[in-house]
Design a protein around this ligand. Structure first.
Ligand code: CA
Length: 223
């Protein structure tokens, strides 16, 4: 899942980006409101974490414009200002949740997971298909009760496919939702990572049916 983080306190922003990446999220960082606004409209995100007080354009204004353009990406607002008025203003302009600084990273993570579940047609706490399961809380992936060890990107790729099981997912969608904007869109990295994930969840289980299908010219599908 790919997150846009708009936060002007650089130290906090960098440490949040790093912490979220270790949780297998792809994170693009904007250090001012203008850049945050441009990215929110120029790229695809699964969630936006938006600081309220920002240089060039504040968080309330960004949320308002994003919602005015009918972008439904969940927005989690961050603020140092612990007043009811700010909270109401934030929620009225289209933020989906609110977190007051300073906060524990675990709290942020719990809110992020709740918001990402909310966007699902059938919210699930554990994703799965056939005898493969992925638990986003513990990050444990199992097939036929055997635990499978995946790298961060392999995990993120599998999670995205499972969250969209039964649907054909294009390479462009994987680039948009699993990688951050550093990825060259013409690179072969998607095929390479699909290969890695296949080795671990399909080829390592030769007596089970393969789960990841290549839909020629369109993308990939699980389930
Ligand atoms: Ca700020």
């Amino acid at each position: 899942m790919r997150i846009l983080l708009v936060e002007d306190e650089e130290k906090l922003a960098q440490s949040l980006k790093k912490a979220l990446e270790t949780e297998n999220f792809a994170v693009d960082l904007a250090l001012d409101g203008k850049k945050g606004y441009d990215l929110a409209f120029g790229e695809e995100y699964d969630l936006i974490i938006l600081d309220l007080g920002l240089p060039l354009m504040d968080g309330l204004q960004i949320a308002k414009e994003v919602r005015a353009e009918k972008v439904t990406t969940p927005i989690l607002m961050l603020t140092a200002r612990d007043t009811l008025k700010d909270k109401i203003a934030g929620l009225n302009t289209g933020a989906d949740d609110y977190l007051i600084k300073p906060f524990e990273f675990e709290e942020l993570l719990a809110r992020i997971r709740a918001l990402l579940r909310r966007g699902q047609k059938e919210p699930e706490t554990v994703y799965g298909v056939d005898n493969l399961t992925l638990d986003p809380t513990s990050k444990i992936v199992k097939r036929a009760d055997k635990e499978i060890s995946l790298s961060a990107k392999e995990y993120a790729l599998l999670e995205y496919l499972l969250r969209n099981k039964g649907q054909i997912i294009s390479k462009e969608q994987l680039i948009d939702h699993v990688w951050d904007m550093e990825l060259d869109p013409f690179s072969k990295v998607i095929d390479v990572y699909i290969g890695y994930v296949r080795n671990k969840i399909d080829k390592a289980f030769p007596d089970q049916k393969p789960l990841i299908r290549t839909i020629k010219g369109l993308g990939y599908k699980i389930g």
